[in-house]
Design a protein around this ligand. Sequence first.
Ligand SMILES: C[S@@+](CC[C@H](N)C(=O)[O-])C[C@H]1O[C@@H](n2cnc3c(N)ncnc32)[C@H](O)[C@@H]1O
Length: 285
Amino acid sequence: MRKGPLPHGDRPNYGDEVFAFEHPSQSDRLQALAAVCDPATKAVLSPWELRPGARCLEIGAGAGTVALWLAARCPGSEVTATDTDIRFLAGLRHPAVRALQHDVRTEEFPPGTFDLIIARSVLCHLRERDAVLARMVSWLAPGGRIYIEDPSFFPAASSADPVVRRLGGAISATLAAALGSDVEGWARSFPAPLLGHGLIQVGVRVHCSTLTSKNAAGAAWRLSVADLLPVMDQQGTLSGAETSSALAHLERPEFIDVAHAMIAMWGVLPSDRERERRNAVDQTS
Ligand SMILES: C[S@@+](CC[C@H](N)C(=O)[O-])C[C@H]1O[C@@H](n2cnc3c(N)ncnc32)[C@H](O)[C@@H]1O
């Protein structure tokens, strides 16, 4: 389901064919992903104090659940929620949330603009993830905080259930071939990418949901696999028949396993004064 000519060269990106926003179940899929991730994301973000007037940016905000929660939790903050397709963000009704169509690979913000930058399940899908992360760090104001969260399918790879192992491997391989996504090693490398940018107060956390036929993780897996089905078939990763049988396996009422892991990393950009203080300590130690 292509929207027209590919906007950036000849390689398809998120939303062109795979996970196209025109797909009738895309809103449900994004809502299911948000329902799986929101509690753990909010648990990390909740203790962070934001001053009134804080400028927040959520990249690839999807259904906008995090942006909306942030605006409600921090009165006086300004939340810019971006995505390449903002049809689901445009309907968010909060005076502090601004929906902005923006491609994080190619479009800029002035350096030092934001006090908080969030990107969940976005960088894993971008071939240029290292360069994009570097640019995102440059958009932080001194003392500003960045939060990155992405999936890693290592729990599926070590599942005792052969169908989960096969399906998890097929999802990961299909996304890698179709979009250049990395849903294995990128998130597992956290928090090294932020340490490499000289951030301080760096943290990391992993969260795995239970995967059943009735919960949000089960819905997210089934909707994602249904979306990927034609591409899997075309690539030969998993035939249509194998995919249908795997989906039926996940839909059994007694099915239960561990879903993919969501790994989050965060850190603070030191102010010039903090950097000087740290350098002085390094030189005397
Ligand atoms: C898996 S969804 C995650 C949505 C949301 N962040 C969440 O975790 O609930 C990935 C989102 O990133 C957006 N996205 C993909 N490539 C992007 C890009 N180059 N610039 C901005 N957003 C992008 C997609 O359109 C989609 O909404």
